[in-house]
Design a protein around this ligand. Sequence first.
Ligand code: HEC
Ligand code: HEC
Length: 208
Amino acid sequence: MGGKSNWTVRSVITLAALLTASIAPAAAQSREPSSAPAAPAPNIAEKIETCAGCHGADGKPVDKTIPIIWGQLPGYIYIQLRDFKRGDRKSDVMGPIASSFEKADILAIGEYFSKKPWPDLAQPRAPKDVARKALEAEHSVGCTGCHLEQFQGTGIMPRLAGQSRDYLAKTIADFRSRARGNNPGMSDLMIATPENDLAALAEYLAGL
Ligand code: HEC
Ligand code: HEC
């Protein structure tokens, strides 16, 4: 059994390396527009009027399956809105919303929400046994190698600490079934991680 899990860990590390490699050009690309001259910052006030209806007027989403976007990383928000617009990340709700945005809007929207304070959903801390299981899984996969210490996120790696538990569970399940198909490397990694480890991680992350 030990041997088997070693293989799993090894293949996950390979996947992680591949994933990081495939991320690098995307990250470089997403920085391009902001360094390009001229393009005046668009006025996004009208475009973001509807967001609060679901993501919350105070940053606390109105439903547990809706993610927090206040205080999320701007590069990550950019990639998600771009992927919703392209249809690479399928969502009946977000697809039509993002499809009307231009690249400059998406950049400005990412900046705007990233500057808002991350809301405290007051989710309970994971019980000790759950936290221990989550940290073991974290150590064998190395989630924080990408999501950063304390799961604060960086660049296009999202912050996970304090994210809504039900949303985390849903989006992890969507990665596993590839219903969320915008990052196949992330799906491979989630599929390679045992389901009960992921359940522990979702509970642990929500309570951070
Ligand atoms: C009708 C409800 C609704 C509205 C309005 C809405 N969203 Fe969303 N948003 C959602 C849901 C639900 C998801 C999760 C989709 C999924 O299941 O993958 C989501 C996901 C997102 C994500 C991905 C977050 C992550 O952690 O991956 C971003 C970014 C986002 N929305 C931004 C916006 C912005 C900006 C607006 C306003 C222009 C907006 N949303 C308006 C419901 C909404
Ligand atoms: C090799 C880097 C890497 C590793 C390792 C990694 N992730 Fe990720 N993760 C990413 C990237 C990049 C994204 C954004 C994918 C996208 O653009 O949709 C992501 C997205 C996510 C999301 C979606 C968050 C949201 O707001 O929708 C969750 C949940 C997640 N990761 C959990 C984990 C967990 C749990 C682990 C460890 C078991 C882990 N990740 C390991 C790079 C990584």
